[in-house]
Write a protein that binds this ligand. Structure first.
Ligand SMILES: [Mg+2]
Length: 296
């Protein structure tokens, strides 16, 4: 891991995790089910031509970080909460099983641990609950965290002055019933300016979204390791100065310091996380270590 070698001696203080397809494998089927729901929404609610939907769905996801963000950027108007409820409400969450191996790994790490997902809070809470990881993280930075204020569309793109974003709109609440912090409330800005032709969504891989997450979590990117399965998110995170790990890949991608085929391999691949913690490890942790296949 080049960057951690060059920063040898720099203590890692925070682990920042994407959630979907990072904390559980793509093979769970949730990703495909989610895409199918999005395509149905585009077809039935936005009346997009059926033959165009699959390619458009994928292209917008790649270009904007989420298909939802891409649809908004194109000028489609719909309620954010309704969209999230439609695409996540019918997901086969039962396919996600408790992951005690990952749970033990996470609980053994001395660093702050934070989720940074483009998904909405309800989905994040559901996924973490199903994985048995609901108490492993200090907080969640999610859709509502980054999109809780009706910023004017003209101000709301990658050219926006970061001080505008920083000044009033991003904050964390006290931990909620799940012990998680998220935005205090979600403000529906679909109706805030009905004449607005576009409503931009702030999400990864936007540089502004990653910088906002860094400010919200109050972390030092040089002392933070970021885990994500998205090639574009990894590239943006590296530009923001984070140490980066591409998850679910056996090969390095541009901007990645390390590739992990599974998040389960982090103990073997990133021993620096536990540096100085050896004496505190519980025996159960050592016995549950997973074989590592790491290409770095
Ligand atoms: Mg992901």
């Amino acid at each position: 891991m080049d960057s951690t070698q060059s920063s040898k001696g720099t203590k890692i203080e925070c682990l920042l995790f994407d959630m979907d397809d990072t904390l559980y494998p793509m093979s769970s089927g949730l990703n495909m089910a989610c895409r199918k729901n999005i395509e149905e929404y585009m077809l039935h609610h936005l009346k997009i031509e059926e033959s165009e939907v699959p390619k458009m769905c994928l292209d917008l996801y790649k270009e904007h970080g989420t298909t939802m963000a891409g649809l908004k950027a194109l000028g489609y108007e719909f309620d954010n909460d309704e969209f999230h409820a439609y695409i996540h409400g019918r997901l086969p969450y039962e396919k996600l099983k408790p992951d005690p191996v990952l749970r033990n790994i996470l609980l053994s790490t001395p660093q702050r641990k934070i989720i940074f997902t483009n998904a909405d809070k309800a989905h994040a809470v559901q996924v973490l609950y199903r994985l048995g990881l609901e108490d492993c993280f200090e907080g969640i930075i999610c859709f509502e965290t980054l999109n809780n204020t009706p910023l004017e569309p003209d101000n709301y793109d990658d050219k926006v002055d970061s001080s505008l974003v920083d000044s009033a709109n991003f904050y964390l609440d006290e931990p909620d019933e799940f012990g998680l912090f998220t935005a205090r409330e979600s403000i529906d800005h679909t109706h805030s300016d009905v004449s607005a032709p576009k409503s931009r969504i702030l999400c990864k891989p936007s540089q502004k979204a990653i910088e906002a997450a860094i400010r919200i979590a109050d972390i030092d990117p040089k002392k933070t390791i970021f885990f994500d399965d998205s090639v574009r998110n990894i590239a943006s995170a590296k530009t923001a100065g984070l140490h980066t790990v591409i998850v679910g890949s056996s090969v390095l991608v541009p901007g990645a310091d390390l590739a992990l085929s599974s998040i389960h391999n982090m103990r073997e691949a990133l021993p620096e996380i536990w540096e100085g913690e050896e004496d505190q490890l519980e025996p159960v942790m050592q016995s549950t270590a997973v074989e590592t296949v790491v290409l770095a």
